[in-house]
Design a protein around this ligand. Sequence first.
Ligand SMILES: *[C@@H]1O[C@H](CO)[C@@H](O)[C@H](O)[C@H]1NC(C)=O
Ligand SMILES: *[C@@H]1O[C@H](CO)[C@@H](O)[C@H](O)[C@H]1NC(C)=O
Ligand SMILES: *[C@@H]1O[C@H](CO)[C@@H](O)[C@H](O)[C@H]1NC(C)=O
Ligand SMILES: *[C@@H]1O[C@H](CO)[C@@H](O)[C@H](O)[C@H]1NC(C)=O
Length: 499
Amino acid sequence: MPYIMFSLSSILRNCIHGAVITHAKQTHVQILIHGLTHNVTLQTDLLLAYSRGCLLNARQVFDRMLERNMHSWNIMMSAYVQNSMFHDALNVFDEFLNSGMKPDHYSLPSSLKACAGAGDVSLGIMLHGMVVKLGFECYIVVSSSVLDFYSKCGKLNDAKLVFERLSWKDSVAWNSMISGFAKTGLHLEALSCFRNMLQNKAKMDPMTVPSLLNVCGKLGDVTKGKEIHGQVLKNTVLYYDTVINNSLIDLYSKCGCLCDAKKIFYGMKNLNLVTWTTMISCFGVHGKGDEALRLFERMKDMGYKPNRVTLTAILASCTHSGLINQGKKIFNSIRSSYGFEPSMEHYACLVDLLSRFGCFEEAIRLINGMKMVKMIPSASVWGALLAGSLIHRNIETGEMAAHHLFEMEPKNASNYIALCSIYDSRGMWKDASRIRLKIRRLKLDKTPGCSWTLIGGKIHPFYQGNSSFCVDKKTRETLELIIRTPLLVHSEVHSYLSL
Ligand SMILES: *[C@@H]1O[C@H](CO)[C@@H](O)[C@H](O)[C@H]1NC(C)=O
Ligand SMILES: *[C@@H]1O[C@H](CO)[C@@H](O)[C@H](O)[C@H]1NC(C)=O
Ligand SMILES: *[C@@H]1O[C@H](CO)[C@@H](O)[C@H](O)[C@H]1NC(C)=O
Ligand SMILES: *[C@@H]1O[C@H](CO)[C@@H](O)[C@H](O)[C@H]1NC(C)=O
């Protein structure tokens, strides 16, 4: 009997490495035949074997265990976390606590990961308390996971406190700090944290590079971006990463460096759909609609199937270059050629294209047609119509779009300002001042928009309506041009890249 037990156990442990589930199943049968179902060690080995590829079987074994050791609880929780089933992981953790057991340095990291994944902030904070109380702070894995939890939940102040207390800051810790700053929009903090990381000789993580490049793109800081690109070139792990190359294309695109973006794109060996989409969008925002269309065709010829984001990118490219017929043709073929219904973004893009070039009747027909497919036009659709009305000083459609927007987002000052500008441009002072009064009554004139620009190596913020630095005529004209250019596609491709 002991020999059978030993060999079953060793078979199970081996199949963990080979991930041979059928082997595990056969061994499972042997365990049942030899009546060994009460041996906790064997059951735990079986659980581990199943957890690597067959979560349902693992759960069955787990549920039937008469006795569970610390190891078996940890296997079940971490299996759920690895499969992003955070709520299931937390349910197991709850059961675990109720059975009177105390978490250890294996269960704490996975349960903290589950809290971040499930967005259960209060449980995570409680777990942090447990870490301190049970004396696990000195375990770097545990403290790093507390830090990562705070960073993922956007609680950067708490993350910073944990980070500062770390006895040894490894690259995991640095990288979660940087990603946290980047995700919360604390761009400058992210970059300064990155600088400190390099000074401390910690390694760059492939997952963090895209967030950093994203930050540089948002700040328009191409110098910093090139510096990070330089680090990438020196590091073979990063050099062969498609996600990083995609982020580089996006960075150069955002900073207006079409040539650099093209250089990356045409040098790439492993392209994916995101790569094509990013490059199409890059041509689009640089006003190269024809090239965007050519790339779109080439992508399809190479066997890639465009998804919703790709179609948004190509439609927006048509808008930037005024390719009305091509845009309409692509929109009308979405259902038949790509097998899905046009999404809200696609409608918004086409409304933008049509109204930007004064085809208001067609734009309104398109919006009315949305009812037929049971879609309620979103604020982005009305916003596109309003923007077009502003360009063409069209009062009738402008008022219609604005009134829909006032109902949908009563606190958004941009819509009031747009309508006001239409009235101003037509010399309708009375109507304009009526809207201005409304803006003041709704107290919408308090929070000016803010952006940044890089001048002489320093980042300068500038606010809507005033500027904290002197701008010459050329800069001001360029700024005004940028403001008039639609940025819809940028933000979407961006959120796609950071998925
Ligand atoms: C359970 O099986 C292991 C081998 O996998 C063996 O070493 C151990 O003695 C068994 N325990 C009991 C209580 O039979
Ligand atoms: C990333 O881009 C560089 C430069 O274009 C290229 O040499 C490298 O092979 C690319 N990596 C991948 C994974 O395509
Ligand atoms: C406000 O409206 C503008 C223009 O229509 C739009 O770009 C922006 O996303 C809106 N903001 C919010 C918070 O809804
Ligand atoms: C511009 O507006 C911002 C925010 O209201 C303010 O902090 C700043 O001092 C203003 N700058 C100038 C030059 O008026």
